[in-house]
Design a protein around this ligand. Structure first.
Ligand code: 8IG
Length: 266
C-alpha cells in the first residue's frame, strides 16, 4: 500500500457509507476463526457488501470466498459494522492491510472495536469452545502498525469497562493474556511453554496489531478469543484445523448471544 493508510481508510469508509447508505457507525466487530455465527443475533442487517470491492481491501483469490462487510442495526438502534474475516500478518503484506479494517471503522465513526479470534489455550480448564476475554497482549511479531515516532499508550489496551460489561452478559467468562505469534505454522510445544512463562494464556496469529491501531485511533477495544484447541503440547492430540471449525460450530449459539448482549448493552 503506497498511499497514506489513513487516507485510504477514509476512502474505504466513504465508499462503504455511500454504497450502504450508512453515513456513520457506532461499533465495529471483526469475526475471526470459529466466530461465523457471531453476527446471527446482533439485529437487522441493513446492508452488505463484498470487502474486496472496498478501497484498500484485497480481492479474494477464489471469487465469492472473501470477507464481507455487514451493516446491522441493533435492537437499541445503534449501527454495527461487521467484518467477516481479516487479513493476517502471516500473509506477508506488512501491517497496513492487517489494520485497514480498524482504521476504516474509525474513519466511519466507530468508537468501539470488538476484535474476536480463534486461538490455542494454555489453561486446561478452557476446553475447545470456551470464549475468553483478552485482558492484555504480548505482541511477538516484532512489528507495529504505527508509522514514525507514534508513542501510543497501551496500559489498558483492552478496556476494563468493556470486559466488565461483557461479564454482565455472560458472568462465567474467564480472561487471559493473548500472545500473537507470526504463524502461519502453529507453535512448537517449547514455544507454548515459553508463552506461558512470559505470562501468556492464549496463543494466536492475529489481534495485537489491530488493537494497537485501534488504540492509536482512539477506539475502545474489547478482545474475545474462542479457544478452539489446546495449544501444542498442552492437549492429547496434534493440532488440526478441523478442530477449529468444530469448536466454532458447537459454541455458535453462545457466541451469538454474547455479542448480541454486548452490542445491546453498550
Ligand atoms: I484457531 O494453537 C488457532 N489459531 N498460533 N496457535 C496459534 N494460532 C492458532 C491456534 C494455535 N489455534
Amino acid at each position: 500500500m503506497s498511499e497514506d493508510p489513513k487516507e485510504l481508510a477514509g476512502a474505504a469508509a466513504e465508499y462503504a457509507a455511500s454504497v450502504l447508505s450508512v453515513p456513520t457507525i457506532d461499533i465495529a466487530l471483526v469475526l475471526g476463526s470459529g466466530w461465523s455465527s457471531g453476527a446471527d443475533e446482533l439485529g437487522e442487517t441493513i446492508g452488505e457488501l463484498e470487502l474486496g470491492d472496498v478501497p484498500g481491501f484485497s480481492k479474494p483469490v477464489v471469487s465469492g470466498h472473501g470477507g464481507r462487510l455487514l451493516a446491522i442495526r441493533t435492537q437499541t438502534g445503534k449501527v454495527a459494522a461487521v467484518f467477516t474475516g481479516r487479513t493476517h500478518y502471516y500473509e506477508g503484506r506488512g501491517t497496513d492491510p492487517v489494520v485497514h479494517g480498524v482504521r476504516t471503522a474509525a474513519a466511519w465513526g466507530a468508537d468501539t472495536m470488538v476484535l474476536t479470534n480463534g486461538c490455542g489455550g494454555l489453561n486446561p480448564a478452557w476446553t475447545p469452545g470456551t470464549p475468553v476475554l483478552i485482558s492484555d497482549h504480548i505482541n511477538l511479531t516484532g512489528d507495529s502498525p504505527l508509522h514514525g515516532a507514534t508513542f501510543v499508550d497501551l496500559t489498558e489496551a483492552y478496556s476494563k469497562r468493556l470486559r466488565d460489561l461483557a461479564r454482565t452478559v455472560d458472568p462465567d467468562l474467564p480472561e487471559g493474556v493473548y500472545v500473537q505469534f507470526r504463524g502461519p505454522h502453529y507453535e512448537t510445544p517449547a514455544e507454548v511453554r515459553m508463552a506461558g512463562i512470559i505470562g501468556g494464556d492464549l496463543v494466536g496469529m492475529s489481534t495485537t496489531l489491530e488493537t494497537i491501531a485501534a488504540r492509536e485511533a482512539g477506539l475502545e477495544v474489547l478482545g474475545i478469543s474462542l479457544v478452539t484447541n489446546a495449544a501444542a503440547g498442552m492437549g492429547a492430540a496434534d493440532l488440526d484445523h478441523s478442530e477449529v471449525l468444530e469448536a466454532g460450530k458447537a459454541a455458535g449459539p453462545r457466541l451469538a448471544a454474547l455479542l448480541a448482549g454486548i452490542v445491546n448493552t453498550l
